[in-house]
Design a protein around this ligand. Structure first.
Ligand SMILES: [Zn+2]
Length: 173
């Protein structure tokens, strides 16, 4: 399976912004998988094994505070069971979600095989909906049409990568 995503290098500026976004130092950063229109990172790609040896399945990690807040609001509003029901009701969505899972694993495998998380992707894929942050992160990284549940979560949320809401925009937008 061909990787769906091209990463851009994480600059010192990017690392500083993500440290602010997440409130902690960044670990195992490979690159930036998606950005706000202003240029700030929205999704970071992380090594499948952190420098301290910890397996890290969430290859695409949502960093943008506006995006994470929007996904948290959906989770609090019980959108997850609704989206999970689609996997039972719609064979096309279920099949696309399975494909998204395989695509996610293929993207991560480029950066190493880690036995502890072999076959484990993120967000509940391939059959459950457990974390909209992880699914939205994948959808932002891969672009529309790869992760159907992530796409729906982004569409339902109040945040958009096309409209900068960064506390400190990278450039005037
Ligand atoms: Zn921005």
């Amino acid at each position: 399976m061909v990787s769906t995503v091209s990463l851009t290098p994480a600059t010192d500026d990017d690392l500083a912004v993500m440290r602010d976004q997440l409130g902690r130092p960044m670990r195992g950063v490979i690159g930036i998988a998606a950005r706000c229109v202003c240029g700030n990172p929205t999704v970071v790609a992380t090594e499948p094994r952190l420098p301290d040896g910890t397996p890290f399945p969430t290859f695409y990690y949502l960093t943008h505070p506006g995006a994470t807040a929007a996904m948290s609001a959906l989770e609090a509003g019980h959108v997850m069971p609704e989206l999970a029901a689609l996997l039972d009701e719609d064979d096309d969505i279920a099949a696309a979600y399975q494909a998204a899972h395989r695509s996610y694993l293929a993207d991560r495998a480029v950066y190493g095989q880690v036995d502890e998380i072999d076959g484990v992707s993120a967000g509940g894929m391939p059959t459950r909906v457990k974390c909209l942050h992880a699914l939205a992160g994948h959808a932002l990284a891969a672009g529309p049409g790869v992760n159907p549940i992530g796409d729906l979560a982004l569409a339902r949320g109040t945040w958009s990568p096309e409209r900068c809401t960064c506390a400190q925009p990278r450039e005037s937008v």
